[in-house]
Design a binder for this molecule. Structure first.
Ligand code: CP
Ligand code: NVA
Length: 324
């Protein structure tokens, strides 16, 4: 990659590189067989300190579709920082696998892992960001809208990890990103500052508001996420009361453009941040978005691990040996 051998944040890349990765993901989606042996024999370790459906399945299936293998390391097995230090985990795994995907709490853990390990590290979600998700989100937007520049993308809900990465990717791609949150739940000021500065280069704008209707009005994309993220379970009831005016229901969605799309990283808490009527409507592309996790992550893994990889059909001698 042009600016990093890891995939920790959308911020680590140039706008051109983000576009190139989306182009590659689109190509992999259109011609998966071309890449069927691209990472032949390479292994991805997947460290999960939080639950997952999409991230686990799409990384696992994705590396297999590229000719490689994955292994799943559960919270109980690794117990990062308690059973064993981040440093020692990195120094062990770099001798055994070619790439590590990690889902954890503090963002600093993925940064330290990247600093210590000689192999690429992929951020599979931290409390601060979810870059693979934002790549899938913008691949989906591009597929449907043809372009991203100038589109109004409205995130309505908690200014969380998903909101941060959506802002970063929107800033890289020239979108008009709006983030509507309750007072006190805005995205991090440092994240907003970075996105606004990048926007000066790309034409993107970042607007914060506490008024969901203002964000939804004439939006091309309405996006929401859970009100209490993993690790915030104790705040669930309190947040339900605070966030109720930010629920994406048919009334709020009606302020968007007639051809607006609805996105959600999933899992969704139906009846909280989004109603069934919206998430099950023809405007909703949440399952296409989820599938696109597979294609963008194949692109990311390919870029990080390709080394001397040659794209070609498998040769006859590499095919499965049939014992007679
Ligand atoms: N969107 C997403 O990352 O889903 P999982 O938590 O199921 O991996
Ligand atoms: N904000 C959510 C995203 C889940 C994919 C969380 O961190 O739990």
């Amino acid at each position: 990659m042009d600016t990093s051998n890891d995939f920790l944040s959308i911020r680590d890349f140039s706008p051109e590189k983000i576009r190139e990765l989306l182009d590659l993901a689109a190509d992999i989606k259109a011609s998966p067989k071309t890449y069927a042996a691209a990472l032949h024999g390479k292994t991805l370790a997947m460290i999960f300190e939080k639950p997952s459906l999409r991230t686990r399945v799409t990384f696992d299936v994705g590396i297999q579709q590229l000719g490689g293998f994955s292994l799943y390391l559960s919270p109980a097995e690794i117990n990062l920082g308690k059973r064993e230090s981040v440093y020692d985990v990195a120094k062990n795994l770099e001798r055994m696998v070619q790439c590590i995907m990690i889902r954890t709490f503090a963002h600093e853990i993925v940064q330290r892992m990247a600093e210590y390990a000689a192999i690429p590290i992929i951020n599979g979600l931290t409390d601060f960001s979810h870059p693979c998700q934002a790549m899938a989100d913008f691949l989906t937007i591009r597929e449907v809208k043809g372009t991203v520049a100038g589109l109004k993308v409205a995130f309505i809900g908690d200014g969380n990890n998903v909101a941060h990465s959506l802002m970063f990717a929107g800033a890289q791609l020239g979108a008009r990103v709006w983030v509507a949150t309750p007072l006190g739940y805005e995205p991090s000021a440092e994240a907003v500052k970075w996105a606004r500065e990048r926007g000066q280069q790309t034409g993107a704008t970042i607007t914060l508001t506490n008024h969901p209707v203002e964000a939804a009005t004439d939006a091309d994309v309405i996006y929401t996420d859970v009100w209490a993220s993993m690790g915030q379970e104790a705040e669930t009831e309190q947040r339900k009361r605070i966030f109720l005016p930010y629920q994406v229901d048919s009334e709020l969605f009606s302020h968007a453009r007639h051809d607006a799309i609805f996105l959600h990283c999933l899992p969704a808490h139906r009846g909280d941040e989004v109603t069934d009527a919206v998430i099950d409507s023809p405007h909703s592309l949440v399952y296409q978005e989820a599938e696109n996790r597979l294609h963008v992550q194949k692109a990311i893994m390919f870029e990080l691990m390709k080394g001397e990889a040659v794209l070609r059909p498998r040769r006859a001698e590499e095919r499965e040996i049939v014992h007679t």
